[in-house]
Write a protein that binds this ligand. Structure first.
Ligand code: 6GU
Length: 225
């Protein structure tokens, strides 16, 4: 999979992809993540990427020109499955969306800033608008990092058995059951006896019950449909 991220703050996105699972996925050639600085495509003397909004009002708007030049360049090089705009008024990200996006070959992710991008970018180029939740971030970069992480870890070969995506919370609409490791007792706090029995059939049933109990208590909305 190839992911092209369009941003005015590429430095914000370098960290999240240069360590651990995201780093290994790139080294293994399972994903290619390219950061593009929108400012490099500005044609103005001072390399502006934003301007005052028509009609007045506080806040700058990201201009269409540098974004259009960059998207046209990328689209001329290959076909894209989706051109995504990260925005608080987009569709709220969930596991189903990440699963679907992980099946694509090439995606573009545009990170918004200021008051957002000129509406014409959204109308002519964007195929999908995604939010990561009901709160406001300073820009789309951190949201893009969340989206990319959730997609890349689903690509075949990225996770090993130990970190398998199949046992994640949400993958089957349930939260994960509690987990424990040694020691069996710490300051009087004990690991549940059943986990020490070696009876894996019973342990599986216990985990299922705990997952359901935890989901009912913390996220009853997941059980609704
Ligand atoms: Cl995608 N962008 C911004 N700026 N804020 C957000 C968001 C995105 N998702 C939730 N809040």
């Amino acid at each position: 999979m190839r992911i092209d991220i369009l941003t005015i703050l590429p430095a914000l996105l370098q960290g999240p992809f240069s360590d651990s699972i995201m780093k290994r996925a790139q080294e293994k050639g399972l994903v290619e993540i390219n950061l593009h600085n929108i400012r490099d495509y500005s044609t103005s003397k001072h390399k502006n990427v934003d301007d005052y909004q028509y009609g007045g009002g506080a806040g700058m708007v990201m201009s269409i020109e540098p974004i259009a030049i960059l998207i046209e360049k990328l689209k001329a090089e290959r076909d894209y499955d989706e051109i995504i705009y990260m925005t608080p008024d987009g569709e709220v990200l969930d596991q189903r969306m990440s699963n679907n996006l992980s099946l694509g070959e090439n995606i573009i992710i545009l990170c918004g800033h200021y008051k957002g991008v000129d509406e014409r970018v959204r109308e002519f180029y964007i195929t999908k608008e995604i939010s990561i939740g009901s709160y406001v971030l300073s820009g789309g970069e951190l949201a893009a990092a969340v989206l990319v992480d959730s997609i890349v870890r689903l690509l075949p070969g990225v996770l090993n058995d130990e970190t398998s995506a199949l046992t994640d919370s949400f993958q089957d609409d349930l939260l994960s059951p509690p987990v424990y490791t040694r020691p069996p007792e710490f300051n009087g706090m004990k690991v549940p006896d059943i986990l020490l029995t070696g009876d894996f059939k019973k342990i599986d049933l216990w985990r299922e019950a705990k997952a359901l109990e935890r989901t009912k208590l913390r996220r009853p909305d997941l059980l609704e449909d």
